[in-house]
Ligand binder design. Structure first.
Ligand code: PEP
Ligand code: MG
Length: 893
């Protein structure tokens, strides 16, 4: 606490850029005050004061005197004193953090009322009922938030008063009823809080301020911050504001307004108004509001003024604003404004509308949207008009709309999907054994687990629709059925629909409509066409703004021609990672098995010979799909266990055969080999370049396939731009060996085909040692591609296959990290290694090409990091390409 620190700002002293210090509400009240808008005078206690209080348990020593000085000034401006008996100044004490935390923290209105000043207020307002209603509200709010009295007790007493009078709404209670209620409320406070309701107005104010400070750390506020990833150490500001009253009769009222429709982005009159009421009545939904447009007929002068203010605010903030206002006897007052929340679609529309209005430029427009919103717009949706039976609701874990036949185990999911059925995999919860089933399914539904459960994390990673934790569904995997509330039973094979954006679960088939944004990226809908909707126009324009500005190029992780073609339609500028092990799945798996288990050179060569033409054909197709653009082919990097038969299963087979005295020589041989190759930590085992160095002929076969495919494409007048990438390199010596061998093969293919080949050779940087010796490695590599999946795994020492299912949930809950480091790059750890490797690599080889191909390449936050450290490109799965393009543009704008 420094001696000259200022802890209190008058509304005339702040501005909208001081949100860190004054909170969002305080900063915007100051901004409106300085714009000359009608804001009731007041002052803001800073977040710094709150931080001192939360850290030390005591308010800063200087605070009391500073508050007194500002209160004096406020009293002078208003011409009355806080709680003055004949004509009291009343104030509200409201929380207001940097980031909006709606309803999470405390507010107390009508501070300054007491047994004496309530009479003064009644005389001044000429309205006894109003004064006593305000007093009972104060005791109620103060009791609940400052003195921790159970709010239900007040509600019950209020209900009882209405019942006794046989009325239903608060406004039908007369002054006499409210006086009685005040007595009861005071009694409740004395009994429950063990102290009387304070009659001293300054004591009321000080206690309320302290309560607001404390409300920063309630359980619900902490939970909200964890979910919204708001830091816990920001603290809240406190706004002390002179009261204006919307409950002074029919010429008073309170409302909320938006300068545009937050759902569609359209300009117009959006909001609600409630006559003769105070703010919390609107929020609490006690009485029905009327549409804001009706205010025009209720109070034309105030309505016109409000419209004018809304225009001023939009032009000033250059964005959609939401507003809280009060009308006191025909006088309009602004109580709050802020740049308002909006749907993803509205964000895109509003950004382009504001450009058209000349309010913002293209670079600013890019800051008004983000990749997460674009991703949201790319998921298919259920047709809202369809009539269907909703049977449950879980957590919206991974967006999208999925329809399929219910299956209750992964084996069935795989089997049915192979025969062309669409299935929804329903489990109580999933575990890594369900992976095949999850891949095969259209969507995943679980009855247990939250947003970070295995099902949720894995589904999000795969971009697969997932609803988890739908607890009212009883899943019985043994009997392959699920019982829904009401007792209806869903059997295996029954059709279900799940909505991963809302968490809703339906029986039967809900029709799905594709996202118009995806239709646009796929080239099936065109911007500028008659039937193109406004949203597509906006997305089209924003993508152009981003593409014009971005420095990062965007490539795709793709290993077949179909994905490559889609990636290209989505704007990919090449392939950054073709995982060749994906070309060895399915029926080719047995060749790989033969290769790995080969005892003799002849056996091995046979297997390689069988693989060569298959590989070559893969590459020909891929180079054709990406003609003219770079294609980085990574040589084989299979964690061995993924290609070998399961050791337990095989042991059982051998044992059975033995006991039945059946021939089993082959199985036994296989089992011995599997035992020989079995690894405790396959991810740290015989993978990547290591495999290439111990299995003779493997990498040369792949290099030959690449080179021959390139030669064939050149002969066909194509323009293949292949790059050969060596995985899991830890030291430059590994790379040198592979490089020599590869160059020899390429020379052979050139000689044989007579075609000149330019094949770049580079490496992945995915081990800490590679990053630390990047300067040496760059001697031998023309490009680096950061494999941030393995790099994260090895820097943290986290098994990428296991952690999400084991302790990450606990880590996220404890706030050790706000998001999995496998999802968003860990800037401080993994990121700093990337940064230093970039510098070391470029120092050795200034024209070294640099990219990233781990999952982080398509993650919005990480894309900004890769821009900052100066990579040339990011590579990500085809569906994330538009997101990466947008974020790369935002990073550069
Ligand atoms: C990586 O490790 O980041 C990478 C892209 O390789 P893979 O995920 O195939 O291990
Ligand atoms: Mg890797």
């Amino acid at each position: 606490e420094n001696k000259d620190q200022k802890f209190v700002y008058d509304f005339t002293e702040g501005n909208k850029d001081l949100k860190d210090l004054l909170g969002g509400k305080g900063a915007n009240l100051a901004e409106m005050t300085n714009l000359g808008l009608p804001v009731p005078p007041g002052f803001t206690i800073t977040t710094e004061a709150c931080k001192v209080y939360l850290e030390s348990g005591e308010e800063p020593a200087a605070l009391r005197a500073e508050v007194s000085a500002h209160l004096d000034r406020l009293e002078q401006a208003m011409g009355k004193k806080l709680g003055q008996a004949d004509d009291p100044l009343l104030v509200s004490v409201r929380s207001g953090a940097k980031f909006s935390m709606p309803g999470m923290m405390d507010t107390v209105l009508n501070i300054g009322l007491s047994d004496t000043s309530v009479e003064g207020l009644a005389r001044q307002a000429g309205d006894e009922r109003f004064a006593w209603d305000s007093y009972r509200r104060l005791i109620q709010m103060f009791g609940k938030t400052v003195l921790d009295v159970d709010g239900e007790l007040f509600e019950e007493a209020l209900e009882e008063a209405k019942r006794a009078k046989k009325v239903t709404v608060d406004t039908d209670l007369a002054a006499a009823d409210l006086k009685k209620l005040v007595q009861q409320f005071k009694q409740i406070v004395s009994t429950e809080a063990g102290r009387d309701f304070p009659q001293d107005p300054r004591e009321q104010m000080d206690l309320a301020i302290e309560a607001v400070f404390n409300s920063w750390n309630t359980d619900r506020a902490k939970l909200y911050r964890r979910q919204e990833r708001i830091p816990h150490d920001l603290g809240t500001a406190v706004n002390v504001c002179s009261m204006v009253f919307g409950n002074l009769g029919p010429d008073s009222g309170t409302g909320v307004a938006f300068t545009r429709d937050p759902a569609s982005g359209h300009q117009g009159v959006y909001g609600d108004y409630l006559q003769n009421a105070q703010g919390e009545d609107v929020v609490a939904g006690i009485r029905n509001t009327v549409p804001l447009a009706d205010l025009e007929s209720i109070d034309k002068a105030s309505y016109d003024k409000l419209m004018q203010i809304m225009e001023t605010l939009e032009n000033h903030y250059k964005d959609l604003c939401d507003i809280e206002f009060t009308i006191e006897r025909g006088q309009l007052w602004m109580l709050q404004t802020r740049v308002g929340k909006r749907t993803a679609g509205a964000a895109f529309r509003i950004a382009t509308q504001l450009v058209d209005q000349g309010l913002i430029d293209q670079a600013e427009a890019l800051q008004r949207v983000n990749g997460a919103q674009l991703a949201q717009l790319m998921f298919p949706r259920f047709d809202e008009k369809a009539s269907v039976q909703q049977v449950g609701r879980g957590i919206a874990a991974s967006p999208g709309a999925a329809v399929g036949k219910a299956v209750f185990d992964s084996y069935t999911a795989v089997k049915w999907s192979r025969s062309g059925e669409k299935v929804i995999l329903i489990r109580r919860e999933t575990n890594p054994d369900d992976l095949d089933g999850m891949i095969a399914a259209e969507g995943i539904l679980t009855s247990r687990g939250g947003k970070t459960s295995h099902a949720a994390v894995v589904a999000r990673g795969m971009g697969k629709t997932c609803v988890c934790g739908a607890e009212e569904l009883e899943v019985d995997t043994k009997r392959r059925r699920m019982t829904v509330p009401g007792g209806q039973v869903v059997e295996e094979g029954d059709t279900v629909s799940i909505d991963g954006s809302t968490g809703k679960v339906y029986l039967g088939e809900v029709p799905v409509v594709p996202s118009p944004v995806v239709e646009y990226f796929e080239g099936r809908m065109h911007a500028g066409a008659d039937d193109a909707d406004e949203l597509v126009e906006s997305v089209h324009r924003m993508m152009a703004y981003a593409d014009r500005r971005r420095r990062l190029r965007v490539r795709a992780n793709a290993d077949n021609a179909e994905d490559a073609a889609r990636a290209r339609r989505f704007g990919a500028q090449g392939i950054g990672l073709c995982r060749t092990e994906h070309m060895f799945l399915g029926e080719r798996r047995e060749y790989v098995e033969r290769l790995i288990l080969a005892d003799t050179d002849a056996e091995r060569e046979d297997a390689l010979k069988a693989l060569l033409p298959l590989q070559k054909q893969d590459f020909v197709e891929l180079f054709e799909a990406m003609d003219g653009l770079p294609v980085t082919v990574r040589l084989l990097d299979p964690p061995l266990h993924e290609f070998l038969p399961d050791i337990t299963e095989l042991s059982v087979r051998v044992a059975l055969a033995e006991s039945r005295k059946e021939p089993h020589e082959n199985e036994l041989r296989l089992l011995q080999a599997v035992h020989r190759l079995h690894e405790q930590n396959p991810m740290l085992g015989l993978r990547g370049v290591r495999l290439g160095l111990v299995v003779p002929g493997l990498f040369p076969m792949q290099v030959r396939a690449i080179a021959e495919a390139a030669a064939e494409r050149i002969e066909a007048k194509g323009d293949p731009r292949a790059e050969i990438m060596i995985p899991l390199v830890g030291t430059v010596q590994e790379l040198e060996l592979v490089r020599d061998e590869a160059e020899q093969v390429i020379a052979e293919v050139q000689a044989a085909s007579g075609v000149e080949l330019k094949l770049a050779l580079g490496t992945m940087i995915e081990l800490p040692r590679a990053a630390l010796t990047a300067g040496q490695i760059a001697e031998c590599a023309e490009f680096f591609s950061f494999g941030t999946n393995d790099l994260t795994q090895t820097v943290w020492g986290f098994s990428r296959d296991d952690v999400e299912a084991s302790f990450f949930t606990a880590y996220l809950e404890k706030g050790i990290f706000g998001v999995s480091p496998f999802e968003t790059i860990d800037r401080d750890g993994v990121g700093s290694l990337v940064k230093s490797a970039v510098e070391a690599g470029r120092a050795t080889r200034p024209d070294l090409k640099l990219g990233v191909c781990g999952e982080h390449g398509g993650d919005p936050e990480s894309v900004h990091f890769f821009h900052e450290v100066g990579l040339d490109y990011v590579s990500c799965s085809p569906f994330r390409i538009p997101v990466a393009r947008l974020e790369a543009g935002r990073a550069a704008a």
